[in-house]
Design a protein around this ligand. Sequence first.
Ligand code: NAP
Ligand code: ZN
Ligand code: ZN
Length: 347
Amino acid sequence: MIKTRAYAAHSATSPLESYTFERRDPGAQDVLIEIKYSGICHSDIHTARGEWGPTAYPCVPGHEIVGVVRAVGKKVKKFKVGDFAGVGCMVDSCGKCQNCKGHEEQYCQKQAAFTYNSLELDGKTPTQGGYSQFITVKENFALKIRKGQPLERIAPLLCAGITTYSPLKRYGIKKGHKVGVIGLGGLGHMAVKIAKAMGAEVTIFSTSPGKAQDAKKLGAKHFVLTKDPANFEALEGKFDFILDTVSAKHDFTPYLGSLKIDGTMVLVGAAPEPSEVSAFALIFGRKKLTGSLIGGIRETQEMLDFCAKKKVCSEIELIPASKINEAYERTIRGDVKYRFVIDAATF
Ligand code: NAP
Ligand code: ZN
Ligand code: ZN
């Protein structure tokens, strides 16, 4: 077993604290990764604070993981010691159901093993995430990361990158499309960069006036301050596609109104509380409202390769582990530019 220093939540209401636990020794198909950087996703906060339902404590969050392979099992083919590797939101799945066979392990019909607050496929071993020094994972669930890239700025791609890339790709976003992105946080800023790299004209919908300049720097053509309903008037029927990355309950109606006929709005933001949707907002203009969960492993590798080719990576603030709780508070306030990443050397 490998002793691993980490940060864990011990209850929904207490701050995360230093915590030590053990990772398994790598089996034949496993790689052991020494974690270098771990991003802070808002899902970590929802889970650490029990906002999505019961969390199993102690919980080590973190599913935007990059590091260096330190050991490989004897059947491992994809990695050798010294390679860079990433781990995202899943560490295993059944591999046999229709969705796994279709490379959509996130929708495994037996339930994928998610990276934390989940169980391994044995049904009893709790998974623990990336706010830690090491992780042991099946090679099939580890991603290849090319050398020569800033590792700390790649970490957020493992969740924020794939979660935004997957629906943009699925709906065929390309040059000529007008794309709206709601919320300029971790997911939102990756959505702007990726949609722009796909050729789209991007508009940011934000509650934060202070982010207007950054939105343009990140590649958005327009910035809409959503607090004033008058700002939606000129946008009626304008967008082909809208990606909603907001982490709290909000009204979908004005955004649905700004979609073209047959336009699609995809929810990736996972507010704990439900929202109401008026049937009329969908009926008039045959609008589609749908959702999307991360992306499969094959698609995650495709996204990493796409981002490497297009030189897309995250805008980050690198923090030591001692600042995790402060980073949580700042993320909740929308004060994040645009992803906190933990330096794993500080655990
Ligand atoms: P984040 O960095 O906190 O960004 C969320 C942004 O939403 C904020 O920066 C803010 O942007 C906006 N926002 C926050 N509260 C709002 C409110 N009450 N009304 C309107 N806008 C508000 O969070 P994130 O890490 O990007 O994650 C976003 C959401 O996606 C979370 O719910 C997370 O759990 C979920 N998620 C889902 C998946 C998936 O697979 N579907 C994967 C990862 C994360 P402005 O300041 O610009 O308004
Ligand atoms: Zn995430
Ligand atoms: Zn499956």
